[in-house]
Design a protein around this ligand. Structure first.
Ligand SMILES: NC(=O)c1ccc[n+]([C@@H]2O[C@H](COP(=O)([O-])OP(=O)(O)OC[C@H]3O[C@@H](n4cnc5c(N)ncnc54)[C@H](O)[C@@H]3O)[C@@H](O)[C@H]2O)c1
Ligand SMILES: [Zn+2]
Length: 350
């Protein structure tokens, strides 16, 4: 089992990464009462491992249920289970579960303890670390939320065996992103061996640990997203979100991020900020783990550009782009000509 400690202004928490590690919760929580919140896919698979919970609370799986109506139902069920202010909420599932159960933990009785048990690759390496929790509004994603640091994160790699293959690939986009951002060795390993990656792979623990470490270092430098550092985690996301949105969310998040990273790399090379071989290396590595790097031709380039303009990550009304300078180093630029973006998107369409 590997361990990473995350510190934040008021404290710290451990992240444990290993296989069959949920018993750690019982050892650590001792006699404290807790409820488990998971979605309808994950609950039947893993909730039984938390046999001494006050209740197993389940909501329907899917981003469309990450909203205040579901939160309202969850409050009622947590209350009915008898959880008081000293209790703990265990979020067992992917990023939707972590964000929403985390939001419930941040607000129920002005806040109770939260344990994150991420079961999707994306939630392991990304959403369960950093303390951002929240839900969607009809007007847009993640518009209501809070910062809620967990008391512990349990990453059980065994759960990845049941994760659908496209969800695994989608999570790998964030792993590759973390390599490009801050860990060239991690990137190089995937570049060489990515095609053989699978949940049972012996390198999985090291890969997930390294990817989490990049997120830890980034959020620890900028716990409340006040300066630029944390924004680097949006590499590939401004373009990726726009592609997802224009596709009506037929393009999965990680797939959009993969395409977006290639757009960013090509733009960076074109503007002479990076070596001309970088875009190809990033593209080949993404392909190696089963990620697409071409934008579906039926998605209109102008619509993608328009969707980028509505990205909530704008600063003072101006879009900022995260561009790779080299493997392990990215920077923020506000100076990318729209014409170049348009041309790059068009070149990648097929
Ligand atoms: N808080 C943050 O910092 C942060 C960062 C990135 C993303 N997010 C959020 O995370 C969400 C996406 O997370 P996600 O991709 O994990 O989505 P998800 O939670 O919807 O999980 C994806 C699918 O996989 C299923 N699943 C999860 N684990 C499984 C397992 N082990 N076996 C079988 N099925 C399993 C889920 O039921 C779901 O159908 C989005 O809502 C996004 O906004 C938050
Ligand atoms: Zn992402």
């Amino acid at each position: 089992m590997s361990q990473i400690t995350v510190t934040y202004p008021q404290g710290f928490y451990p992240i444990y990464i290993g296989r069959n590690i949920y018993a750690t919760l019982r050892e650590t929580l001792a006699d404290k009462s807790y409820v488990v919140i998971s979605d309808s896919n994950v609950a039947p698979l893993y909730a039984a491992q938390f046999s001494d919970a006050l209740a197993h609370i389940t909501f329907p799986a899917g981003e469309q249920h990450k909203n205040l109506q579901t939160v309202n139902d969850l409050y009622s069920q947590v209350l009915a289970a008898g959880l008081d202010r000293t209790g703990t909420i265990v979020a067992l599932g992917g990023g939707v579960t972590g964000d929403m159960a985390g939001f419930v933990a941040a607000t129920y009785m002005r806040g109770v303890n939260l344990v994150q048990c991420p079961t999707s690759l994306l939630s392991m390496v990304d959403s369960s670390v950093g303390g951002k929790v929240g839900v969607d509004l009809p007007e847009g994603k993640n518009l209501v939320g809070a910062f809620k640091q967990p008391v512990m994160v349990l990453v059980d790699l065994e759960t990845l065996h049941t994760l659908p293959a496209d969800e695994f690939a989608s999570g790998m986009a964030e792993v590759v992103k973390h390599g490009v951002l801050d860990n060239p060795e991690l990137f190089a390993w995937i570049e060489q061996n990515g095609h053989e990656l699978a949940p049972a792979h012996p390198f999985m623990e090291a890969l997930v640990t390294d990817a989490i470490e990049v997120k830890r270092a980034t959020v620890q430098d900028d716990p409340f997203e006040l300066h630029g550092k944390r924004a680097l985690l949006n590499l590939g996301h401004t373009f990726g979100h726009a592609i997802e949105q224009v596709s009506g969310y037929a393009v999965k998040h990680g797939f959009g991020v993969a395409m977006g990273m290639v757009v960013a790399a090509r733009i960076s090379a074109e503007l002479n900020h990076s070596d001309s071989t970088l875009p190809t290396r990033i593209e080949n590595t993404l392909n190696k783990v089963g990620l697409p790097t071409r934008i579906p031709a039926h998605l209109d380039v102008d619509e993608i550009i328009a969707a980028m303009g509505s990205d909530k990550k704008k600063m003072h009304g101006k879009l900022r782009y995260i561009l790779p300078r080299e493997l392990g180093e990215c920077f923020i630029s506000a100076d990318v000509p729209t014409q170049l973006i348009k041309q790059t998107l068009a070149d990648l369409s097929m």
